[in-house]
Design a protein around this ligand. Sequence first.
Ligand SMILES: Nc1nc2c(c(=O)[nH]1)N[C@H]1C(S)=C(S)[C@@H](COP(=O)(O)OP(=O)(O)OC[C@H]3O[C@@H](n4cnc5c(=O)[nH]c(N)nc54)[C@H](O)[C@@H]3O)O[C@H]1N2
Ligand SMILES: Nc1nc2c(c(=O)[nH]1)N[C@H]1C(S)=C(S)[C@@H](COP(=O)(O)OP(=O)(O)OC[C@H]3O[C@@H](n4cnc5c(=O)[nH]c(N)nc54)[C@H](O)[C@@H]3O)O[C@H]1N2
Ligand SMILES: [Mo]
Length: 577
Amino acid sequence: AGGLFVCDYAQFFPDRYDDPRWEAPEYILVWGNNPVVANSDGTLGHWVVESMKRGSKLIVMDPTLTWLAGKADVWFQLRPGTDAALALALCDQIIKDDLYDHEFVSCWCYGFDEFAEHVRQYPVSFAAETCGVPEDLIVEAARKIGRAKSCCLQWGVAMDHTSEGFITGMACFDLMALTGNFENPGGMLAADPAFGMSVTWSPRGSVWDECSEPIPHPERKNHGGYKALEAMNGISPDALLEAMETGEPYPIKAMFMMQNNAIACMGAQPQRILPALQKMEFNVVVDLFLTPTALACADVLLPAACFAERIGITGHQPYALGAIAQAVEPLGECKSDQRIIYELGDRFAGRDHRPWDSEQDFYDYLLRSTGFTYDSLKERAWAYPEFEYRKYEKGLLRPDGTPGFATSTGRYNFYCAEMAYFGFSPFATYEEPPESPVSAPDLAEKYPLVLTTGARKWGFFHSEHRQSPSMRRLHPEPEFLVHPETAAAYGIADGDWCTISNNLGSARLRAHTTVRIRKDTVSADHGWWFPERGPEDGTLFGTLESNINQLVPMRPGKSGLGASYKSQLCRIDRIEE
Ligand SMILES: Nc1nc2c(c(=O)[nH]1)N[C@H]1C(S)=C(S)[C@@H](COP(=O)(O)OP(=O)(O)OC[C@H]3O[C@@H](n4cnc5c(=O)[nH]c(N)nc54)[C@H](O)[C@@H]3O)O[C@H]1N2
Ligand SMILES: Nc1nc2c(c(=O)[nH]1)N[C@H]1C(S)=C(S)[C@@H](COP(=O)(O)OP(=O)(O)OC[C@H]3O[C@@H](n4cnc5c(=O)[nH]c(N)nc54)[C@H](O)[C@@H]3O)O[C@H]1N2
Ligand SMILES: [Mo]
């Protein structure tokens, strides 16, 4: 599609739902996402609810009955990791029923005929079998989506968290293109940075060029042989870990860790990351707390100023820009992250490299192409750029100002030449997760249950807030969801401490039995450590005791752009007291 697109909840309008141009999406596909809990990346969950009050209906793809799934017209309780099969079958059915958007497809898409041929290998019967959902439900959903005036994809991280998550994303976007749901009211809207601010994850136009200066050591591109990562100049996480362990293709001697808790939360296989980090000659951790990562690895721990102690801007909201004001002076020796980075930069590159003096100057610099300064933005509270629908018709998506999408063909690419160049199918395909009952039946004999991890919880942000009594009261201990019948089959009762294990490792969590989850699946917490133990007892706050990431391989899939947090195999055993 040539960029990032998000659902239309009227967030681009200052008067929101009252703007006469806006229409509530007829269907919102809540796919591997729990927005009322997660509120991720600038999308607030209550927007979904506000849209529902104004007529939106839901189709939810989730192995667990979430609050939103309970309010859906259609709920697909699919097997984790099989999302692409469902998306492609929905496409096939919509084409068979001739419910696709002929005009959008013929004028604005590339490779449709071949795509239509391609998806014939994914009939609803295939997806029903693969995903473990009723066939007639897929047909019903396809007709609802195909006939809807508008429909949008509220896509979550569960999609990314399978090894071929990148390709799953393609399949879901294909469904949106097929039904003409780009840049229409209630559809998918381009999410470029507001006012063209020079900070973005959206690879489009001048902003991207500005951010992608060549790296100083071109030989140090450890993209692990993943073509897509090579093209993006990205380091692959598995190749990095291997380099830390083996010194190949070059040794890694130091690590700078800011805003993450690598061994408790961020990384798969912490049992490999921990010794690899401890082997480094020098580690810096910048954090608000003494985390397990800091305790285990840091030679220097720099105390960061928290959000209330520094200024900022709401960087990646595409629909508006806002300033974050400072409430109090930083305590003790704390400094803001940006200050730590640029003062450190001074030591490497000299003071002359930066055209700003203070944090505020830094934000003025970042805002230089937007027409705002930090102060003028603060006056405005929220600043909304002009908004228009159907930007592809008006030449507002492509850097050269011509109509179309910001892709190689200028169209939405069902046929993606870049994927062919990387050595993949140019069309979205379905692949089983590498460890699944279907792809690894032998392993599944030993580890019969499907494991998904890390579903977000109200009280915690990843590994954060375990030391906050009010948050901890909401979730006192690590737990996993399991169907009561499944639990009973393994002699497990609600509240029992259990071991979840597989071929890579094991973790200790408490069973929470609930009929909300698929019978073949368990859903385990991530990010657990126990700050209440203090740093002295030699267990690193118990961070490897209940750490579910020990069961997850460090593997970004064939494309280099996936992860396996949501689709492993496991077994569960009650721990005898
Ligand atoms: N309170 C709180 N909010 C957060 C965070 C937090 O830690 N705490 N983390 C933030 C971050 S960084 C992120 S990335 C976002 C992520 O937020 P979300 O995208 O909502 O991610 P999850 O909660 O991991 O998963 C969402 C849903 O996917 C379901 N699911 C699990 N496996 C699969 C699968 O294979 N397929 C499908 N279709 N569904 C599946 C889960 O049951 C869950 O209901 O949340 C952000 N917001
Ligand atoms: N099993 C499993 N693992 C997962 C996931 C999953 O779903 N399942 N989700 C993955 C995802 S999507 C993500 S994004 C990662 C997140 O993984 P991490 O980035 O490791 O997440 P956090 O635990 O939130 O760690 C953030 C750290 O930053 C500190 N911090 C907070 N504010 C500031 C600040 O202003 N400055 C500084 N310097 N530090 C600050 C906090 O104290 C905390 O220690 O986890 C991934 N890991
Ligand atoms: Mo995330």
